[in-house]
Ligand binder design. Structure first.
Ligand code: C5P
Length: 215
């Protein structure tokens, strides 16, 4: 479905799990920062009329030459999203983690083809899942047939997101379609890709190098 979109690229995290002084999204991958790889696929897309990068001022030079607007990061991911949203002009919002540099056009188009008001990429859980208590003793095995691992991009109608922020109040969420869930808006799951990994730990960088050579 064709629609006018504002992209919000979330690049405001500090990436503590990477054990690096530089936030993970500004580390290099094949001669370019991870965040720029994550932005590239959206740069020439005809439906995206505005690109907003949520990014601390000291890292903005990485986006020189790109047609982007900037917003300041907040303490939580959702605060960064809210700051980006204040600058957004389109009736539809597409959010993407700056730490996911390997999204393919085919997968992006599959997400954008939906007619739902909120949608996310996701993959079915592959591993057996257990719930544990604090001392790491198993309480139960979770039925994984209903469990999905969520990726970005996520697509949400602007009006739904605005209502979701009001409904959330101080509640913390970990992704953007959670705001649709909070107001009872159905969220459609679209098949993501195993290549669309989020760079989180140093090991992920090696995996991304290998996948980059493949896609
Ligand atoms: O921390 P996590 O890996 O879940 O972050 C996902 C994305 O959200 C990253 O690209 C990160 O830079 C961004 N983020 C942000 N502002 C925060 C926290 C995370 O823009 N306060």
């Amino acid at each position: 479905m064709r629609r006018a979109l504002s992209l919000i690229l979330l690049a405001g995290g500090v990436g503590s799990r990477m054990r690096s002084a530089t936030p993970k999204q500004y580390l290099p991958l094949r001669g370019k920062t991870i965040a720029c790889h994550s932005l590239d696929i959206f740069s020439k897309h005809p439906d995206i009329e505005q690109r907003i990068v949520v990014c601390a001022s000291e890292f903005r030079h990485h986006f020189e030459g790109y047609d982007v607007e900037f917003a300041d990061p907040g303490p939580r991911r959702q605060d960064s999203l809210q700051n980006g949203l204040k600058k957004a002009r389109a009736p539809w919002i597409l959010t993407h983690d700056a730490a996911r540099p390997l999204l393919s056009l085919q997968v992006l188009e599959a997400l954008l083809a939906t007619e739902a008001e909120a949608a996310t990429l996701a993959l079915p859980a592959k591993n057996t899942l257990k719930r544990s208590c604090r001392s790491q003793h198993v309480i139960e095995t979770v039925d994984r047939s209903e469990i999905w691992e969520v990726q970005t991009p996520q697509l949400i109608k602007r009006s739904v997101l605005d209502r979701g922020f009001l409904a959330a109040g101080e509640e913390t969420v970990t992704d953007d379609v959670s705001f649709a869930e909070l107001v009872g808006c159905p969220v459609q799951i679209i098949s993501g890709s195993p290549c669309n990994i989020k760079i989180t730990t140093p090991e992920d960088l090696h995996i991304a190098e290998a996948l980059y050579a493949k896609i």
